[in-house]
Every structure is written in C-alpha cells, then in structure tokens.
Design a protein around this ligand. Sequence first.
Ligand SMILES: [Zn+2]
Length: 746
Amino acid sequence: MRLPLAAVCLVALAAHATDTDRVLRGYTPADSATEVSWEQKFRALPDRDHIRENMRRLSARPHHVGSPYDKDNAEWLLAQLKSYGLDAQIEQFSALFPTPKSRKLELLGDAPYTAKLQEPPIAVDPTSSQTAEQLPTYNAYSRDGDVTAPLVYVNYGRPEDYEVLDRMGISVRGAIVIARYGESWRGIKPKVAAEHGAIGCIIYSDPRDDGFYRGDPYPDGPMRPADGAQRGSVMDMPIYPGDPQTPGVGAVAGVKLIPLDQVKTITKIPVLPISWDDAQPFLKALGGATVPEAWRGGLPFTYHVGPSKAEAHLAVAFNWDRKPLYDVIARIPGAKFPDQWVIRGNHHDAWVNGAEDPLSGTSPELEEARVLGQLLQQGWKPARTIIYCFWDGEEPALLGSTEWAETHADELRKHAVAYFNSDGNGRGYFHASGSHSLENFVNDVAKDITDPETKMTVWKRVRLVDISRATPAERKEIRERADLRIPALGSGSDYTVFIDHLGIASVNLSYGGEDEGGGQYHSVYDDFYYYTHFMDTTFDYERALAQTAGTMVLRMADADTLPFQFGDLADTVHLYVTQLKTLADQRRDEVKERNRQIQEGVYQALYDPKKTLVPPKPEAVPPYLNFAPLDQASDDLTEAAKTFDAAFAAAGGVAPDGLNPDLIRSERLLTSPAGLPNRPWFEHLLYAPGFYTGYGVKTIPGVREAIEQSQWIEADQQIVRVSDALEKEADLLKQAAKLVSGKSSD
Ligand SMILES: [Zn+2]
C-alpha cells in the first residue's frame, strides 16, 4: 500500500516550491534555506515498512515493567540506535510496581456470582493467547484489601456524581462503589469514593462508552468485547507521579526509600477493574431508585443506584516489589550550542502487548532516530544537542521519565530547551497540546507536513475540521487568528515531569479522530493484529507522526535563535484570566440562586413523597476576589510580548546568541519552587493536571482550584503568586527586546 513514486515526487516538489520562499523564525535567510533543505531530506526518509516492523517486533510479547520482554525490548532499542550510528545507553532505575498476588470479586446472596476476571484468547489474534506472560486485569497501586459490603452505583465516580447521590439521599459510607470507566481519569474514582466513606471500588467498562453500543466488538470491529477489561494505574498522581517511594528525587541505587506505609499516593481502598460481562450480575443486584438518564449505560436492563440487598465481596492482594526500569537514551551532540538540549521521548513499556499504546508512538520515534542517523552520515550537524528517549514504566505511573528527569533535574533546568512527547497514535487529524510559547512554532511546523489522505497540509486540514465543529464565535476566531490555539497539557504521559515539575517548554503530538476504536485500550487485545486491522493500517499516519515530531526536533535544534514566540502566550494568559473571573462570578451567582431557592421553598415544592429528595444546605456566598494584580500582570505581559515580538521581527527574526539562555529561562519563570497548594511537586503556575480530574488540565491551577473548592483566602494569595511570576516573565521579555534591538541598531 505505497504511493506510486511519481505521486511522491510531485508532492515533494510542490512543498519545495513554497518552503524555500519563506524564512523560518529564528533563522537567517541563508541558514533558513539550508535548514529547509535538511528538513525536506528528513521528511522524505521515514519508511512505513520500517515503522510497521518496529511495531511488530516490539509488540511480539507482553512487555510490562519487570517482564523479560520489557528488558529485551530495551536492549533491542539500544542495539537499533547504535546501529544507526548514535551514541546510546540504557539508564537503569528502580521503582515500586505492585503486581497481583490474588484477586477475588463475588456477589453473595440468593444469586451468587464469581467474577471471571479473565480476558479470553481470540482465535484470529495470535498474541492474545500469550496468557502465561500477560499481566492479569488489575489496577496498579490499589492497596491490599478484603471487604464485604452492599454495592452503590456512582456513575463515573466524579465529585458531581456524589452531589446527585446526596440529593437522592444515598450514602456510600461503608459500601463498595461500582463506577464506570470514562469521563474522569480512573485514579480519581477510588480517591473520591474513599473521601465519601466507601470501603471498596469496582470499575467496569460499560458498552455504552467503549463496547457494542458504539460499534462492533473485537474481533469483528474495534470495540471492547464482553470480557475485555481495562487495566491501569490508580495511583494518586495529581499529588506526584513517579516512584511512590522517592518523590522528587531519582530512584537510583542507594537512594533512601519512604516506607510503604507512609506513601501518600497508594489508594485508601481496594480497587479492581472488570469487564461488562462480569459487571452485569452486580448491576442487576442493585435496588433503590432508577438512575438519572445521564447515568444509564448500554446494558439491556434498568440501572438502579442501589444499595444492593446482596453484598459483594472484594479481595485483592499484591506483591509490593521494586522492579527495574530501563530507559534507553540516545544523544547527538550539538555542534554550535552543545549545552542546549532538545529532547524527544515516548515510552516503550505497555500493559500487555501495547501495539497502539505506546508502540504506535515508539515505532515512529525509532524511525526518526534512524533517519537522523542517515542525515548525520550525509553531513548534517545539529546546532544543539538532541536527546532521544525511550521511557520504561510510563503505564504504572510515568516511572521512567520521572525518575530520569528527577535524577538529571539540575542539568535539565540549566540545559533543556524543549521536550517533544508522543504516545498512542492513529489515523486522522493533527493534534498538539503544550506550552503557549511554542504555539506559533507548532503551527509553523504543521504547515510543512502533508496530510496523507487529503494531501493538504495537516495544519490546513485541522483548521477546517475545527471550523466545522466550532461555535460561531470560535469560528470567527479560527478564521481571523494567525495561529490555531493549542490546548494546555494536563497529565497522562511522559511530558508531565518536564513541564509540570521542571518548567521545560513541552509539546505532546498525535494524529487521530478517524479510527472508531478505543475498545482495545489497556487490554490484551491492544496488539499488532488489532492495530493492523482497525487503526492506521497503511502506517501513513505513523509516518506522518515521524515527519512531524522529527521536523520539530530538527527545527528547534538548528535555529540560530530559539523560535519561541510570546504573543500567543500573552493572549492565552489573558484568556485564562477572563475565564477565572467568569468562574468566580458564576460560583457566586450559583450559590446566591441556590440559597434563594432553598428560602423560597423550591425543594419543598419539588418534594414527591414517593421519592427521596434531600435539599442542599445553604452556603456562604463567595466573596469578590481581587483580580487586579492578575489583570495588571496580564496587561504587562501582553505589552512586553508585543515589544519583544516586534523587536525580533525588526531584527530579521534572529538575535545575538546570548538571547538563547533567556528564551530557555522563559518557561522556568512560570514555575515556583514551592509548587501548588498541597502538592509541591507540581511547580508550574499555569498548567497542572486537576486534583479531581487527573488527566484533565487545570490552567492557572492554584487560583482555579481554590475557586472551585471555595478556598477564598487561598484564591487571593494564589492570584498574587501567579501575578508575580507573570511580571517576571514580562521583565525578561522587556530585557530580551532590548538585547535584540541593540543588535538590530548596530
Ligand atoms: Zn501510553
């Protein structure tokens, strides 16, 4: 399934004609022309068959942390990188990684049932039968536990779901909750359940979310089969990711370990994931009221909230062992700025065979490294040092990337320019999220990548897709704004330590949106057979990912002046500040309105004597917050960014070499060593995964979460902290503008 050669040449020529006309940001015209030609050479070389072969080899056996094939893969990756002529090594760490010793889930009472907890092999799928090497279905970092109690259904198990239960007069105190996967990150479900007094947590995959309700189940289609279950970590990563016993420091030999009973990130209650077929008897046993409409799943019976008359018995025990981690790291020394590092990473470990997660990102990344090796042979020398990383232990808790970055924290703070991450990849539209000082850069590169299906640029395609999905106001902005907005990063992959802990400008990249899948996620069925039948079967988007990430690495590494741009950052900060003010107003209006309805007797009027309705309690009306410092800082940043971007443009888009360290520092200034309230590991003041959303981002999190949690004094304090950081950023840009104009007036 390869394009005829003639077509490839035409595309390449067309791209060439437009590319050479423009000067890349941060490059002199002469250097830009040289760079464009290297980038074109780079993009012509990634080979779909190589990427496919990488995926086949790496997914041939289960390769979770601590398994024989995880180490085997690391050694194979190392050998490949060396064969490309790159200087590579394995850096070894260790981390706590619990695996199941015993798992039991049963329904007691009149219609007893024992859950199978087994994903059966499927005849057409050859690796699904490697049962001896597969990790059983479980949630890593669940505590040990043996509990028996009635069940309560809590929908997705988010804080707002418990508010609904409160209105219905249902408490989960002393109960085992059954929650469905989806909407919130899975680790939030047992955390919130325990906060409400539950003593156990079952998480199941409802067919409405990723099973037969959405499409044909595997192997006829890509959706989750009846016995498919989602493994995954439930560690409280919004506190800190990485090895639970070494927060903030690298888990190298001889490091001091926090005793297990003092680790804060292990769940408070036992947790177990199950398939929908195993979930049915438990859901059917629930009594009580019918669930609200939005809580209904796809199974063919009425869902009730509970509690159940019959009790459930949940018992899990784990081996609490430390396991080795093998990060594979390749380094290409920079010729001009060796102390400035451009870093690229993707994890190599999986829950089982992991063709999509993570190998659809790892396989293109390895191909990028091969192609960089070829460019080196052709005489290319990167200006900056390039570091290619293949992380171990992402799935349990971002272990490999976190321990590596914590070990090298001092050097990284000094030298790291940017981090480019990928993870799973599929077929469809370009997607990037990350630091807003790189928004313009990301847009620029996306304009040079050809979409394999439409042959327009991936930038143009995603812009048109965005227009088709936008509200009228958003459409106007998309059409008028020079750059497409990129979302901020939350958590959920290896960029977390770089952006959130160390303040290194980061971007996460993927393609997707066209493969109607998802039913393989974290199951034994995420394998080569699945990927080559239901995802990017031609490997065209695997190639596109290699072209995209590789171009970003090349362009960042070779620039005379780092192509950071601050107008987009200032614009985004302004947007966040506006959102925060709206949020505070909404919270105030909500509380006022609810208090008034309580007074008016609205809840008594709604009272149906045949149903339970518990009225909410009146709340104190939120005070007005002082947003003045944030408004001022946002304005100052906007002004400074304008001055800098104008000076930079006037200087022809390049500046003295002395500016580069300032540009590297620009993301660090957005962090604070004291970190966020109650979670000091998270140092970035603009971006963090939500304390109650897990993967989902909270922007300006100190302020936003204080408002959401009605911590008004803290909200005012956090406003001042964020404002101070933004003022420092504005000062840096003003100084930088002077340095740039000094050069241009020579
Ligand atoms: Zn992954």
